[in-house]
Design a protein around this ligand. Structure first.
Ligand SMILES: O=C(O)CCC(=O)C(=O)O
Ligand SMILES: [Fe+2]
Length: 343
């Protein structure tokens, strides 16, 4: 059995596979069949208190309502590890350009996309994530990952030239969400009674990665999984998804909760690094993505990482007399462990 720690083993292109496998007589290859999808309980409650909280950035920024909204924000990070962000200030046009250009990229013929294929032992480019063995089950999804920030980390050989506006759309969107994530980290620290700059100082100007996920429709949608259950390794993830097709599910108390993303909202989640920095006060929740029967779904996740020279361990301001719940490790060791856990 072949195995890799970083990067992903090459597997079939799912978009192409879905096109040849779209009728009732077409058998979905065994490696994509996930029996657990049907056997696990999924809670789907429209607009109820059982849904991830909705945080309004305008309210956070307004001195009249800030404190109350900050309590909601912190409780979302503690109980769910997820929330939806409305009035986030990223202009509609920036979001539209981003989504349109990503959709346009995936719409190209396979050969054109393959020009940006991942290289062995790297996650950057077009392909898959976390395929580490020849026998593991596979996700019904293709992915395109880029190192986006800091600007010097970009390898433009992976940045598509078609559509012509792709690079600019990614650059503008990524700058907006980087600012936004810093703003949220300040409120998260403040809401916990820590110095607002405590988290900000660790994330501002630090690496941002972007994963564009393409989930083709599948006539046997209840038998495949778009993205296997996982938690994100980073500090904070901001997720943008196509408005009309939902698919994200978040685990809480052993059950999956379907997220109903609001039109124009961004979905924010705490990653493993932030869980550790907060000494477990914030949760990095397991999540997954399911597939629609006849509609494609596209999502764009931006991962905000903390300074990689720093040790990953609970911040004294978040420990405050509690027991220290996590061992401090170098970022390298932390990431090695994270990837091992996926294998
Ligand atoms: O597509 C989604 O809804 C989830 C994406 C995600 O969790 C990821 O890319 O890490
Ligand atoms: Fe994720």
């Amino acid at each position: 059995m072949a195995a890799r720690t970083i990067g992903s083993l090459p597997v079939a292109n799912v978009q192409a596979l879905a096109e040849t496998c779209n009728g009732f007589n077409d058998k979905i290859p065994e490696r994509y069949i996930r029996t657990e999808v049907r056997s696990e309980e999924v809670v789907s409650v429209h607009g109820s208190t059982l849904a991830i909280p909705i945080i309004d950035l305008n309210k956070l920024l307004d001195s009249q309502s800030s404190e109350e909204e900050c309590v909601k924000l912190v409780s979302g990070c503690q109980n769910w590890g997820f929330f939806q962000l409305t009035n986030h200030g990223v202009p509609d046009e920036v979001i539209e350009n981003m989504m349109n250009d990503v959709a346009e990229f995936f719409r190209q013929p396979l050969e054109a996309k393959k020009a940006y294929s991942q290289l062995p032992n790297s996650l950057e480019g077009y392909g898959q994530s976390f395929v580490v063995s020849d026998i593991q089950k596979l996700d019904w999804c293709d992915r395109f990952f880029l190192h986006v920030r800091p600007v010097e980390s970009r390898d433009l050989s992976f940045w598509p030239t078609n559509p012509a506006s792709f690079r600019r759309s990614v650059d503008v969107y990524s700058s907006e969400v980087a600012k936004l994530s810093c703003c949220l980290l300040e409120f998260m620290a403040k809401g916990m009674g820590a110095e607002p700059a405590s988290l900000l100082g660790m994330f501002e100007g630090q690496p941002q990665g972007m994963r564009m996920n393409y989930y083709p429709p599948c006539w046997q949608a209840d038998q495949v999984l778009g993205l296997s259950p996982h938690s994100d390794a980073c500090g904070l993830t901001l997720l943008l998804q196509k408005r009309d097709v939902q698919g994200l599910q978040v685990k809480r108390d052993g059950k999956w909760f379907a997220v109903e993303a609001l039109d124009g909202a961004l979905i924010v989640n705490v990653g493993d690094t932030l869980e550790i920095l907060s000494n477990g006060k914030f949760r990095s929740a397991e999540h997954r993505a399911v597939i629609h029967q006849n509609k494609e779904r596209i999502s764009v996740a931006t991962f905000h990482q903390h300074c990689q020279d720093l040790i990953v361990g609970p911040l004294p301001e978040f420990v405050k007399g509690d027991k220290v719940r996590y061992r401090s490790t170098s970022y390298h060791d932390f990431l090695t462990q994270y990837l091992k856990a996926k294998a």
